[in-house]
Design a protein around this ligand. Structure first.
Ligand SMILES: NC(=O)C1=CN([C@@H]2O[C@H](COP(=O)(O)OP(=O)(O)OC[C@H]3O[C@@H](n4cnc5c(N)ncnc54)[C@H](OP(=O)(O)O)[C@@H]3O)[C@@H](O)[C@H]2O)C=CC1
Ligand SMILES: O=C(O)[C@@H]1CCC=N1
Length: 260
């Protein structure tokens, strides 16, 4: 099986690495500071390289998981060894295929937007390959990200919306969980239990959307008893513009992607 390279083992590169390691894929990894690499020494299916160019030389699929501001520098560094058979997997927000193709002309490139739940195999990744990838290579990129959750091929013009809605979403959900726990603690529930119980409730609610395929509004109505407690809470959320806040947050993230 083709080896997968990961340059940059930070939050996202590390989450992908852990997901792929547990699936038995062979990885070749590098990172600027060597300390972050030491936790990977114990894995038989991981090779650690000091030089980013060695990651590219020995892998077919190369996931570039550094911050967008150093993307161009790292691509400059590895360009010479990035032969035509290799595939760059870019996961940077705000990097269009056009920008990437300028940095690495005539090369196979796939833009992918993963999210951190990849670490527990529950990631969601949107994939947008350029036209140089063969059908098999497109499938393999999808397979790689399917190993760490769900993956879907998406169009280039929906990539920023996908990034804002799915790449960033875990942060919004964690903020929601933290706030819900504060509300529960205010009313006497202990904090440790609150996080566990609320996280399970979020996961179960999401599973209902996926498994029943019912409209989220219908699922909401199933919870909301006439004259009951839930409608009191929903009324407050509407008064505080909960939905508008979420829509604006996603819109702001899309705008930022366009202007990075
Ligand atoms: N975090 C997330 O939820 C998501 C992030 N992304 C994208 O993933 C990318 C990485 O983000 P994130 O993981 O959050 O960032 P982090 O800062 O956590 O990770 C970046 C990693 O890259 C390393 N690095 C920096 N420069 C180099 C270099 N020249 N060569 C090798 N490694 C280098 C850093 O090492 P050191 O610590 O030593 O500086 C660090 O470990 C970004 O492009 C982001 O847009 C996409 C989807 C979700
Ligand atoms: O905040 C960011 O820019 C990255 C992209 C999506 C999630 N994290």
């Amino acid at each position: 099986m083709d080896k997968i390279g990961i340059i940059g083992i930070g939050n996202m590169g590390g989450a992908i690495a852990h997901g792929l390691i547990k699936n038995g894929r062979e990885l070749i990894i590098s990172n600027k500071s060597p300390e972050k690499l030491s936790e990977y020494e114990k894995f038989k299916n991981v090779e650690i390289k000091k030089d980013n160019r060695d990651v590219v030389k020995d892998s077919k699929y190369i996931i570039l998981a550094v911050k967008p501001k150093v993307y161009a520098d790292v691509i400059d560094e590895v360009r010479e060894v990035f032969s035509e058979d290799k595939i760059l997997i870019s996961i940077a927000a705000g990097f269009t295929l056009e920008k990437l193709e300028k940095l690495l002309p005539s090369r196979k490139i796939a833009m992918v937007m993963p999210n951190t739940p990849a670490m527990v195999y529950e990631g969601m990744s949107g994939i947008c390959p350029n036209e140089l990838l063969s059908e098999d290579e497109r499938d393999e990129v999808k397979n790689i990200f399917n190993l760490i959750g769900r993956a879907a091929i998406i169009s280039e013009d929906s990539f920023n919306a996908f990034s804002a809605a799915c790449g960033s979403l875990p942060a919004y959900v964690y903020m929601f969980i933290e706030a819900a726990a504060d509300g529960a603690v205010l009313n006497g529930l202990n904090r440790r239990d609150a996080y566990e119980f609320i996280a399970q409730s979020v996961m179960g609610s999401a599973k209902m959307v996926l498994e029943t395929e019912k409209h989220p509004g219908e699922l909401k109505d199933m919870v909301t008893s006439p004259g009951g407690t839930t409608i009191e809470g929903l009324k407050v959320l509407e008064e505080r513009a909960f939905r508008g806040g979420i829509i604006e947050a996603i819109n702001a993230a899309v705008e930022k992607s366009k202007n990075m």
